[in-house]
Design a protein around this ligand. Sequence first.
Ligand SMILES: [Zn+2]
Length: 549
Amino acid sequence: MARKSRKHAETAPVQVVQKPMFYAGAYIRLSVVDKKHKGDSLETQQAIINSFIADHSDIELRECYVDNGHSGKSFERPAFQRMIADMESGKINCCITKDLSRLGRNAIDSGYYMEKYFPSKDVRYIAVTDGHDSINGQSGGIMVSLKNMVNEAYILDVSRKIKATIQMNIRNGKFIGSNAPYGYFKSREDCHQLVVDEYAAPVVRQMFEMAADGQSHQSILAWLNDNKIMPPRRYMHSIGLASGKETGALTEWWSLRAVRDTLKNKVYCGVMIQGRSKVVDGVQVNLPESEWTITENAHDAIVSRELYDAVQEAWVRKSAPDEPYYKTPNTENVFARKLYCAQCGHALHRKRGGERFYRYFCNVSVMYAKDACNGVTITETAMKEMVFALIRKHEPFLTLALSQDVNNFAVSVSAGDKLKDELAAAKSELDKNNRFLAGLYQSLVDGDISDAEYKDMKGAYETRITSLTDQVMRLQDAVHNRAQQEKVLSKARASVRKIEQVSDLTAEIIDRLVEKIIVYHSGRIGVKFRFMDDVVHSSEELAEGGAGA
Ligand SMILES: [Zn+2]
C-alpha cells in the first residue's frame, strides 16, 4: 500500500496544478439487503453525488451507472462492467460513489479498485460521505477503515480455507484428531496418518479376542487392571504424547467405559469414521450416520473385520433385555447423597437387593478395578436401624440443636422481606429501558437523531437492559428461594416436635439432622450429625446384625 500511495502522491500535484476537467461516472449500487434502508436508497445516493458534483467545478457528470439490487457475484454487476469499459475507452476518468462500501461488494473488491485499478488508469476516485478523494492523496481515515475491512475479510477467508482443508482431509480419510486412538500413533511423516503402536496394539487385540471368546467387559477390565496395563490417557502421557494434566492426576485404572469404547471402535479394523458433527452458527451439532465420512482401509488394522464383527455380535446378544425381576416397589431413597464408602471415599449406590429390599454398595471395584476398593455393602433396613439407634441415643442434644437451628433460620428468612419490592422496582426499570430502546429506532427513522447518535444510545440502552435483565432474574430466584425456605422452615418446626415420637426415618429428617454417613467394610457406620463436631459410630452388636443381611 505504501508504495502505491507514494506513486499517487507524485502524480496528484501535477493534476492539481493543471486543474484538468474530470469526466465523472457516478456509480450507484443498491443491494437487495438495503432496499428498505432509507440512507442507502437509490435517490439518496444519487442526491449526495449530485450535490458533490455541483460543488466541484472541475468535475462534469458524464454518465450514471446503476446496479439495482444485484445480489450476484461482483464481476456480474452489469452497470459496473459498463463503467469499467468506459474508463478503458477514456470516456470517463473519475468515479464517484456515495461511500466506499458502494464501490465493491466486499472490502477486498473495493480495495482492489481503489488501490490498484484506478491508480493504474489514472482515474480519480471519490467516496463522498467517507470524505475520500484520490486527488488529495490517500486520506488516513478511509485507509484505516479499509484496512480493517480487508483484515476482517481476510480472516474470514483464512478460516474458511482452514475449514475447507479439514473437510478435505476428512473426505480423504485422513485422521484429524489431536490424539491418536489407543493402539495407534500419528505418523511422524504425516500427522494425518495413523500407524500401529506395537506396544499397545497387542493389548487391543487381546481385548477383542477375550470379548469374542464370550468374556464380559467386566472380566476384560479385571484382566487389564490386574496386569497393571496403563489406561489410554495415562499411557499416552507416559510416552510423552498427551498434553494436559500431570500424570499423577490421571487415573491408573482402566474404566468399564474405556473397555466398552475400545471394543466398539471401528478404527481398529482399519476404518476411519469422521465428520460426525459440524459447527453451524457457532454451535456443534451431531450429524446423522448417513452423513458421516467413512473411509475403509484408511490405515493398518489391528484386528480383523471378522474378529470385530464377532465381538459386536457377542455384545448384542449379551445386552438383550433382562427378564423383569425387580418387583420391589420404588421407595424413597432417604439416604440420598449422604452415604460414602469408608474405604475409598466414593458415594454409595442404591440397588434392589432382591424381591423386597434395597442394598447400598460401593461400586468402585466393579467400575474400575478389584484393587481400587475392597468394597462395602449394607442393606437399607440395617442402615435405618443403625441410624435410628444413633438418633435415639443423642435425641436430647439433637432436639435442642435443631430448635436453635430453626430459630436462626427463621431470622435469616425474615431478612429477605425487601426482596419483592426490589424485584418490582427492577422490573419497571427494565420495561422503561425497553420502551426507550424501541422509541430510539423511531427517532432514527424520523431523522431526529443521526446514525452515530443512534449507535451510541442503542449501545448504552442495551448494556443497561442486559444488566437489568440479570438483576431481575437474580431477584426472581431470590424471591423463589425465600418461598422455598419458608416451606422448609415450617417443616423444620414440625420435625423438632416429631423427633421425639419418630417411628420411621424420612428423607426430610435425615436431611435436617445428618451431614454424612460413612460405611465401613465391616458393616459398621459412622454418622456425622449436623450439630456435632465428632462422628458417632454404630455399636458393634448392631453392626454385626446389620451387615449380615
Ligand atoms: Zn469404596
